[in-house]
Design a protein around this ligand. Structure first.
Ligand code: SAM
Length: 243
């Protein structure tokens, strides 16, 4: 489906530690010329440069919802982004920036988190006496589509408005089986953005996972959740070309 141009330049947005970007470059897009991973977090970019940079793979700090440097205008053939664009509150600015930095006939492939019981759990814990001191700024970490009644339509209207030609736009659920508590704890706590004191870490995980279990089964009707070491994440998958 994706028309990766030979010798193309690709930007991976929200690359974090760079491991996924490097894997993508090696396994999925072997004939691209260069792959650039970008992230708003400077520490991540430092780590990525130390561990995954090579002659054709590089990493740079960039806020995709900020002002784009002029030299990036129409610079890349393709943009990819995995589980990162849902962090951006200003979706129109974000997708307009992506449109501006890709060349004509270039494309964007993105996986955006739509709904996730983790966000519901954050909201509930933020209201409790026990956790409200640490669980702060919850909306900043919640997907802009989490409360949406028709996120596909919202995304379609946004991409249309900017001028993208939508080639694929669909809703997907991924169910991840972590098999044991230790694994799911590591998986969830790695993405929790709050500074929970070490001595409260286990207690926090227990309360968070209980809330997630409740929302997964009662609000979203998933059969299994954190009690069975399952994570259910609802996603928007999109592939759009610059006309
Ligand atoms: C869950 S991680 C995804 C990591 C990687 N794409 C993967 O799939 O393994 C999301 C990343 O998006 C980054 N991010 C959040 N807002 C951003 C922004 N405005 N511009 C660039 N990166 C951003 C975060 O710093 C974080 O590293």
């Amino acid at each position: 489906m994706i028309n990766w141009k030979k010798d193309s330049t690709i930007l991976d947005i929200g690359c974090a530690d760079g491991s996924m970007t490097s894997k993508l470059f090696k396994e999925l897009i072997p004939n691209c010329k260069t792959m650039t991973g970008c992230d708003i977090n400077e520490d991540m970019i430092r780590f990525a440069n130390e561990h995954y940079a090579s002659e054709r793979v590089n990493f740079t700090t960039l806020n995709i919802e900020g002002e784009m440097p002029v030299q990036l205008r129409e610079h890349f053939h393709h943009a990819t982004s995995f589980y990162a664009l849902n962090w951006c509150r200003r979706q129109e600015t974000t997708f307009q920036n992506i449109y501006d930095i890709i060349k004509d006939q270039g494309s964007c492939f993105a996986i955006v988190v739509e709904k996730f019981s983790l966000f519901d759990a954050y909201r509930n814990l933020a209201k409790t006496e026990k956790w409200k001191q640490w669980v702060i700024d919850v909306e900043r970490y919640t997907s802009p589509y989490h409360d949406s009644h028709d996120s596909l339509k919202e995304m379609q209207q946004l991409l249309d408005k900017i001028g993208f030609a939508i080639k694929k736009l669909e809703h997907k659920v991924i169910v991840h089986d972590y098999e044991k508590q230790e694994n799911i704890k590591g998986g969830i706590m790695a993405v929790v953005p709050f500074k929970i004191p070490d001595e409260l870490y286990d207690d926090f995980f227990m309360d968070l996972s209980q809330e997630m279990q409740m929302f997964d089964t009662k609000k979203y009707n998933f059969k299994k959740s954190t009690n069975d070491y399952f994570l259910n994440v609802q996603l928007l998958v999109l592939y759009a070309e610059k006309k």
